[in-house]
Design a binder for this molecule. Sequence first.
Ligand code: NAD
Length: 500
Amino acid sequence: MSNPRTRADWQAMADGLVLRTQAFIDGRYVDAADGRTFDCVSPIDGRVLGKIASGSEADIDRAVRAARRSFEAGGWSQARPVKRKKTLQALVALIERHADELALLESLDMGKPIDDARNVDIAATIRCFGWTAEALDKVYGEVAPTGHDELGLITREPLGVVGAIVPWNFPLLMAAWKLAPALAMGNSVVIKPSEKSPLSVLRLAELVAEAGIPDGVFNVVPGFGKEAGEPLALHMDVDGLVFTGSTAVGKRLLQCAGLSNMKRAYMECGGKSPNVVFADAPDLGKAAEAAASGIFYNQGEVCTAASRLLVERSIQEEFVARVVEAGRKMQPRHPLEPGAPMGAMVDEGQTRRVLDYIAKGQAEGARLALGGNRLQTVEGGCYVEPTVFDDVRPDHAISREEIFGPVLAVIPFDDEAQALRIANDTEYGLAAGVWTANLSRAHRMARGLRAGSVWVNYWDGGDMTAPFGGYKQSGNGRDKSLHAFDKYTEMKATWINLGG
Ligand code: NAD
């Protein structure tokens, strides 16, 4: 099906898909060493899409050995930067050519609306690889300021073998944030996609090979966290470990790095981001729509979800009514229906977790202003209504814990100092928003907020040109921009005696 436009078009394309279900090691698709598989279940209707190779320690070890061999062989690690750039640009062209298919895999696998998959996930993946490819041959070393009798060269070298462990909420895009800079700098990679969404990264492997990246440089081992993730994190021959996922797992992986070979370890973790709306916001209508889409986009399964809405008490009633109105229009629909504002939650477990939090919010005494229910559809599936709780206290579980679902906690405040105190009263520090027409207040708040990204008078700005990552327990290191290269390189100082 070329140029699918309707749900029927997408469904026809889905019916004809050939899925890649095996691990990809040393340039070939292979079964797991012990032959085990797990079911890949679509949250749209509970259908088993395929049986995926279930990787374990033996597969990780095989993949790491292939990665090490390819790294030492130098075909990629020692290639001229311009060669790596052209190869990655060839990969970009292939991703563009298969964009509809990759988007469809995301929708079927984790339930996000097809328009979002196509126009956000895959578009941003293309931009990520394209921008990084374009940048990679513009990275220079330095010459230290020395006397005439010596020369100090400061150069960057690839780490070697990089292990990447990624989540399910933006499966290909989160992988791209790791893969693009890792490959650009000449590393070999072993990636473990989430067991809930392995399809797109497994398909990417084929495109990587077609683009001309040598065998062994890119390996995919699907499987579960304990069985495949931990052996990767503990492997003595992995030089760098990069992760996106929950804070609890991020902490465990930092331990793994310490327990093994002190591999470089960078974690992008969870969030509970505050979105602070003052009464003098320039456009309360826009602010309300952004507050709704900031939490309901991607079913709320976004690390930077605007999950805590802090509203100045003088406008609380009016503003919450606007947010509820905007949220009401974002009811979930079948993910393959073009224009669906929300799709399905990733799986049954996540659906139950979100419904449990909704029950907890009610038990704690917050006021349910919108939604709160599971949505029943003819196909079954995992759908939760956009949900708004008003009059939430900062100590309620729904304003402290990351729900990772379409549940908004509205917390009123009386003045700027209190707003800042509540906003920062969290173990997380990924993102924050401020809405005000007062320039000084905007700057004061932006300085005071302990978060890696701060947005003033909008939500979720940014692209490849700026670093992304967290303060506090939202993680360390940064993805995107030239700063991402820091995670995938060692810095070497070479001193040459010119004195004779
Ligand atoms: P998760 O931590 O449960 O899983 C992430 C990955 O880690 C998966 O591949 C999983 O199999 C693996 N894993 C789980 N246990 C492991 C273990 N013991 N050892 C090794 N690997 C293990 O997270 P998730 O549910 O997939 O994703 C949601 C989380 O990701 C949320 O907390 C969200 O905020 C976070 N996230 C953060 C960012 C960011 O950039 N900061 C972006 C997207 C998602």
